[in-house]
Ligand binder design. Sequence first.
Ligand SMILES: Nc1ncnc2c1ncn2[C@@H]1O[C@H](COP(=O)(O)OP(=O)(O)O)[C@@H](O)[C@H]1O
Ligand SMILES: [Mg+2]
Length: 399
Amino acid sequence: MVEKGLSKQEILEKTKQTVGLYDVNFDVYEGETFVLMGLSGSGKSTLLRCLNRLISPTSGHILVDGDDIAGMNTEELRNIRRNKMTMVFQSFALLPHRTVIDNVAFGLEIQGVSKDERYSHAEEAINTVGLKGYEQSTTSELSGGMQQRVGLARALATDPDVLLMDEAFSALDPLIRAEMQDELVALQNKMKKTIVFVSHDLDEALKLGDRIAIMKDGYIAQIGTPEEILTSPADDYVSEFVAGVDRTKILTAENVMKRPEPVVSINSGLSVAIQLMKKHGISSIFVVDPDKILQGIILIDDVVTALKEKKKISDVLIADFPRVQLDTPLKEIIPVIAEIQFPLPVVEGTGKLRGIIVRGSVLGALAITEVEEYPETSEISTASNTIDENNIKAEEAGQ
Ligand SMILES: Nc1ncnc2c1ncn2[C@@H]1O[C@H](COP(=O)(O)OP(=O)(O)O)[C@@H](O)[C@H]1O
Ligand SMILES: [Mg+2]
């Protein structure tokens, strides 16, 4: 019936059966946090449970390192669940009368690992989630946030490649929840596990997800990075989801910058700088060294005066002014932009100039949903390479 184009609702009315998932296709990359997001009932849990076959799909394949989970027998499945893909549940599923360390070691106990070895792994996992000192407490004595840590430690103790987390933080108070999210991000930066995280909360999805799949009625409405979802929602359902989001927290310098053009080399003469500014109708220009490392900015008035005095670019260079990194959030950029008269340069860690931000492009990014594509580094360097004295002279000669 789905293949014939009937909606989930129509099928429910006709058959009293719910379409769990249909035509769901996606890859999860090694080491990424992949978030399944959508309204309650959209199929997130069903999809997650298909991944380790707590629910068996009617058809299709679920490949982990090339092995098809959909075709595995009970023994193979048990193996995969114990060693490769661990699930962290919303309800923690802890054993209330056992100690923290026994709860954390539980997965290893099932695997038949010796007591010494499972305690040493458990101890390590307890450290990782920040519960050192609570090893001998029973879990019923712990707060919700701490119980969630125990649940996470238990999943980590078996050192799985893949963590499946279903609304893992949804039962927590907002403050503790935000804290756990931050900790998961920090942990993940170190662990680099592959995580599939289910959430009905867009803010949580944006915070945790390297990529997000937005689900509706058992299908995937859109897959993309947080930036892609925010800046080009695939349909009205996704648009509605993202409408209330504070874009300034999500968008970064990289999303709003323009090509750093024109720029002038620190080794060029002042007349070259004047030429470039005249040609582009600008009153200031960024100065870079031969490796495109940003040196500073020069202003047309200074340059004109300096030319008469036979000075060099370095004599009028303003080196001390704000610059931001590629991943600086817009929220931090807006106050800077408001203060300065020039475009704001965007640099890489090394100081290499990657782009410039002008006020208009910030406003544009906040107002509209479509963000331009920006050129790759190679293109930028080609553009800057053309800016040297000889080229300008040749151009003049031609005119
Ligand atoms: N055990 C079940 N039996 C029948 N229908 C179910 C069962 N579990 C979930 N569903 C239905 O499947 C759909 C997807 O549910 P679920 O995957 O739990 O959604 P989500 O996790 O996104 O809230 C819903 O319409 C739900 O009512
Ligand atoms: Mg669910």
